[in-house]
Design a binder for this molecule. Sequence first.
Ligand code: BMA
Length: 373
Amino acid sequence: MKNIYILFFVFAFSLFQSCGIKNESDIKRPKLVDKNATNNTFKLHHELEIIAKKGFAIGHQDATSYGINWKHEDNSSLIKSDVHEVVGKFPAVYGFDIGKIEHAQEKNLDGVSFNIMTNLIIDAYKKGGIITISWHVDNPVSLGNSWDSKPAVSEIIKGGKNREKYELWVQRVADFLNTLQINDEKIPVIFRPFHEMNGSWFWWGEGNCTASDYIKLWQQTVQLLKDKHNLHHILYAYSPNKLNPTDEYLKHYPGDEYVDILGIDIYDFNNSEEYSKAIIHDLKIVKKIANEKKKLFAFTETGIEKIPTHNWFTEVLYPNIENSGISWVLLWRNHTTSHHYMPFKGHTSENDFIEFEKLPKTLFLKDIQKLKN
Ligand code: BMA
């Protein structure tokens, strides 16, 4: 009789094993857009989860590419950043934009060379930084820039008369993303294409295409990258702009199978009261939807141009995101003294940013490095 019990347990155990539950890490893996995502991509996702529990990672667009009165030189091993100059710490999140890669141009729309971009991405990742990439892609019909609102989406989705051109453009995106590697390991990146689609300023935005064509464009772009070009080091982020009263966050949502991270872009146009209200209102919606869908979420773009508001970082931004649950917040680029979103040495908000860095929830590169160890 005893033997029968033993046999039963041996049988049950082998059945359990053959079900594919092999080890703990298998059980814990979240559902990503890409079922075949690399281990490092899963690790990045996990890291973003941990970060959101501790605070939020501080990001800056083009942080190391250029700043006020400097530009990263070709072949230079010196890595600079305005954030570092001000607080002695580098940002944790590095935003890059690949607009113009679609024409195989040498430089992006803001004059950053793609070769340099690759090197800066490799450098940031080696140091523990997180990479997020947007794509201000030109209008495929008019060949004007992203802000040329001539309808184009219906012409580049499957069956459209500019489809072939678009597939070539996506291939060039894939070629670039393939350059992001260290030895043979691809660097995981967050790709955030076709952002702010509820606004009407981009050709993929509201009024310039239908929501259903937008969704097709997104889904087909993901399919091309993942299934045709075999890229498996990408997390996909969806980021509408600040919600207008009648906007629905999910109106252009391509579906749970096509999005890993939910985001939102909100700027302060010198009205901090309205800005604060929008953050509280919109991030609450994003958080609720993200929690229901078991997805991460982030404040994918923000800032106030030139930072004219007194103590903006500590008194406006921080209190509004302190307990929001976001994984990161990305401040936009430091182009010139009249178009910048982070302080630089000598700027009036320098001290405020130094205080911001000391606050418990702000996580810079050094802080997220510690979380990994
Ligand atoms: C915008 C501005 C533009 C820039 C674009 C892409 O918000 O900063 O000057 O070309 O982002 O970086």
